[in-house]
Structures are given as structure tokens and as C-alpha cells.
Design a protein around this ligand. Structure first.
Ligand code: IFM
Length: 452
């Protein structure tokens, strides 16, 4: 396998980007906070992670980076880095332990203080309302498969915005609906670990319905800068076999076009509906106008490309039995190919086909690296090279006129990488998961020089 490239500094600097272009870092609640602290309710990730076999090494987010107690030091590190913006998520189960009804005042206070702490350090707060830790009590009621969840989610959104909306720079309803639904209800990799096409299809509609209901309420509250964050992979057939071409078309349709289509065209892609219609909830068409309500921005998470083949013809399967083949390019510790041109291609395609003049932001991009702490340093030059290539891809499309307004590096610090536990390190800050000590890596210092 070709080696990842390494470099000590960025070849670009922020002055190469437009003056109002914003750089930031991204995290999520369950991955960093420590779910056992502060009176948070149980979430489906707490129970999924503590069931054997679901997470590498039986790890979970109960302590994570203990950001819940260490947030002030973390915010100081962000200030010293020189970022404009920070993207974080709130845990629904921390704010509303049962998902509905009573509010945990301590949880709400935590996010309120975090927002003030960011503003005191001149960092814009960008809130995501849902980054995967569904309160267990709602999971018991069917979670995303149950239409009622849309009202519960809208209620939670209203509570968060009533308390801190006046100080937020932007609000995203969801992070990565594909992961919430397909990865979690069809591939069985994330909580709740289902492998059921009906569950995945219904969940994918109910997540967008929940988004729509939350947006309607937040609009009525005159909350500014409402958006959503979708993940994309540059998805093409691995070879020129007919079966690979069809498998790639449907994989790409589900991954890249389903949520975009619902949100920006008010219609799911016909070629995918052909397969999934029997599993959509009755009357789904009546929700599409609400799902299509205007947004102020779209967040794009991008990491890699996907080369698709049909695993084997599968009698009786609803969908082609698609799987991914490894390509020839250098790979990160996630085994994801480094393919920066996928970012520029997707950004152009998204704005040309779905979003037009709507502002786009890269809300996540980064890599898991084989980092080593040696003599008090982590020399993650591969990460600097990876980010540099992707910054260049972003600059290229800005110069072509794509309305890209910001870029958040994933992630601010090493954290709980879901089913892969703590082994996969995405941070520009190293976290020692025994002592919880933070140590800026070479990429932090290089990014700081880039921003200076
Ligand atoms: O860690 C995740 C994050 O929670 C969502 N986007 C992808 C990241 C890396 O896998």
C-alpha cells in the first residue's frame, strides 16, 4: 500500500481564503463529555456500547475525555489555536433524561456556560442538536422508527434554543442522517444495531420529519442560521461490471442523494424510491413539503471515497447486496482512502444540482492517524498533509464560485470513535485516556501557524 505523505507545515495559509471564511474544529457530546456525569439520562449508545461485541475493547463514552469537567481548559486550547468557530453538539439525554418531560437543569446549564465560555474567548458557537445519543426512554418507544419522535425532538430543540439561541452563531438539527439511519438500522454497526430495511427506511424519513418540525419551531422563534449536516462519500463502481454499476448507483443514491433530495427538492430520488417505497410509512408524501422548507446553510462532512461492487447476487434481497472494495490510494487508520478530489467534486455537484447559492460549510474533515507519543510529542505529519490536500480542494471550488463559507477540522481532540472505541485517533490534540491529559500534536501547531 502506498504510504501516506507527511509534511511539517501547511502549504497554504488562511490569507489564501476569503476574508470572511471561517475556520474551526468540531466535536460531539457523547464522544468527549463523559455521559455518566451531570445527571444525564441513559442513551442508546450507553446501552449499545456496554453490550459485548458492539464496541472494540468493550469501551464506551461514560468518561470519554471528561470534557464535562475539563471544558474550560479545552476552550483555552481552542483560543490559543486561533480558530474562529467551534462546532459542538448537545446531548438530548443530558438535557432531557427521559427524552421528553422533565429537563435536567444541570445539563442545560452546562451548555449555557459552554456557549458563554466560547464567546468570552471570541469563538463563535455552532450547535448541533443531535449527534447520535438518543435517550433510551425514546429508544424503548421505537426510537427513529416511531413517528412521534418528531414532536419530541422539536420540543427538545425549542428548549435548547429558548435557553441559548440568542448567543449561537448557527444551529444544525442533525449530524449525518445516513449514519443515524442506515449505518445504525440497516448495517447494524451503530446503536441501536439493527439490520432491517424497514427500520432503516422509516427512520430515514422520520429523521427528516423531525428536522422539519424543529426547523418550523425555530423559525417561529426567529432563530438565525438554521441548517443540517449531511455526510457524503465520492461513490463510484469499483469496476465496469453491470452489477457494480447498479450497486454503486443505489449505494450512492441512498448515501448522497436521499437526504439531499428530500431537503432540497422535496422528493426522494426515484431510482431509490423504486426499491424502498414498500417500507416508507403510509402518507410519507404528505411530509415532503415540510421537509423541503428553506434552510440557511448546509454542512458537509467528507472523509473518503467508496468503490462499490455487488457482493454476490442475492435472491430475495430488496437492494443490491453492495459492498466496498479497497482502492489503490494511501489509507488512513480507518482504512479510508485519501481522496481529496472527492471533496471538490462533491462540493461542485451539491451546489450545482441541489443547493444553488445556499452557503455550504465543510463541517467535518480529518483523519485517524497512527499517532505515537514520543518524548512528549506527537509528530502527526500525515494529518497535516491530509488537511492541506483537503484545504486545497476547498480553495479550488471557492475560486470556481461555489459558496463555501467555512471549514471545521474533525476533530479538536482524540475521542470515542463509536464502534471503534478509543483506538482511532482523529484529534489535533492527543488525549491520554488514562490520565485524561491533553497534548497538542504537530498538526495543532501547524494549524495554529496556518491561522496566525
Ligand atoms: O467521529 C465521527 C463523527 O462522530 C461523525 N463523522 C465521522 C467521524 C469520524 O468517523
Amino acid at each position: 500500500m502506498p504510504a501516506l505523505t507527511r509534511q511539517t507545515s501547511f502549504s497554504l495559509s488562511r490569507s489564501d481564503f476569503p476574508d470572511d471564511f471561517k475556520f474551526g474544529t468540531s466535536t460531539s457530546a457523547y464522544q468527549i463529555e463523559g455521559s455518566k456525569f451531570g445527571g444525564a439520562g441513559s442513551s442508546h449508545w450507553d446501552t449499545f456500547a456496554t453490550s459485548p461485541g458492539n464496541v472494540v475493547n468493550f469501551e464506551n463514552g461514560s468518561i470519554a475525555c471528561d470534557h464535562y469537567h475539563k471544558w474550560q481548559g479545552d476552550l483555552d486550547l481552542m483560543r490559543d489555536l486561533g480558530i474562529d468557530s467551534y462546532r459542538f453538539s448537545s446531548s438530548w439525554a443530558r438535557v432531557m433524561p427521559e427524552g421528553k418531560g422533565a429537563v435536567n437543569a444541570e445539563g442545560l446549564d452546562f451548555y449555557d456556560r459552554l456557549v458563554d465560555g466560547l464567546l468570552e474567548r471570541n469563538i463563535e458557537p455552532h450547535l448541533t442538536l443531535y449527534h447520535w445519543e438518543l435517550p433510551s426512554a425514546l429508544s424503548d418507544l421505537g426510537g427513529w422508527q416511531n413517528r412521534d419522535i418528531a414532536d419530541h425532538f422539536a420540543n427538545y430543540a425549542e428548549i435548547m434554543i429558548t435557553r441559548m439561541g440568542d448567543r449561537l452563531e448557527s444551529v444544525a438539527t442533525f449530524n449525518e442522517p445516513w449514519c443515524i439511519t442506515w449505518l445504525s438500522h440497516y448495517h447494524g454497526i451503530h446503536a441501536p444495531g439493527l439490520r432491517d430495511i424497514r427500520a432503516a427506511t422509516r427512520a430515514s424519513h422520520h429523521v427528516l420529519l423531525s428536522h422539519a418540525k424543529a426547523v418550523a419551531i425555530l423559525r417561529s422563534m426567529e432563530q438565525k442560521n438554521l441548517g443540517i449536516v449531511l455526510n457524503f462519500e465520492h461513490t463510484t463502481p469499483f469496476d465496469d461490471q453491470e452489477s457494480s454499476i447498479e450497486a454503486a448507483r443505489i449505494a450512492e443514491g441512498i448515501y448522497n442523494r436521499w437526504f439531499l433530495g428530500g431537503l432540497f427538492k422535496g422528493a426522494y430520488p426515484e431510482d431509490v424510491v423504486t426499491y424502498l417505497e414498500p417500507y416508507l410509512p403510509t402518507g410519507w408524501q404528505d411530509d415532503m413539503a415540510a421537509i423541503n422548507a428553506p434552510l440557511d446553510w448546509l454542512g458537509i462532512n467528507y472523509y473518503t471515497r467508496n468503490l462499490v461492487v455487488e457482493k454476490e447476487p442475492c435472491e430475495g434481497c430488496t437492494l443490491p447486496n453492495f459492498t466496498s472494495e479497497p482502492g489503490p490510494l494511501p489509507k488512513t487508520e480507518m482504512n479510508w482512502e485519501v481522496y481529496p478530489q472527492g471533496l471538490s467534486t462533491l462540493l461542485r455537484w451539491i451546489s450545482e444540482t441541489h443547493t444553488g447559492a445556499l452557503p455550504l460549510t465543510v463541517t467535518e474533515n480529518g483523519m485517524a492517524n497512527d499517532d505515537h507519543l514520543i518524548d512528549g510529542e506527537v509528530d502527526d505529519q500525515e494529518r497535516i498533509a491530509y488537511l492541506d490536500m483537503h484545504f486545497k480542494a476547498a480553495l479550488e471550488v471557492i475560486e470556481d464560485g461555489v459558496p463555501l463559507t467555512g471549514y471545521f477540522v474533525w476533530s479538536f481532540m482524540d475521542n470515542f470513535e463509536w464502534a471503534l472505541g478509543y483506538d482511532k485517533r482523529f484529534g489535533i490534540i492527543h488525549v491520554d485516556f488514562d490520565t485524561l491529559e491533553r497534548l497538542p500534536k504537530a498538526s495543532y501547531h501547524a494549524f495554529k501557524a496556518f491561522l496566525a
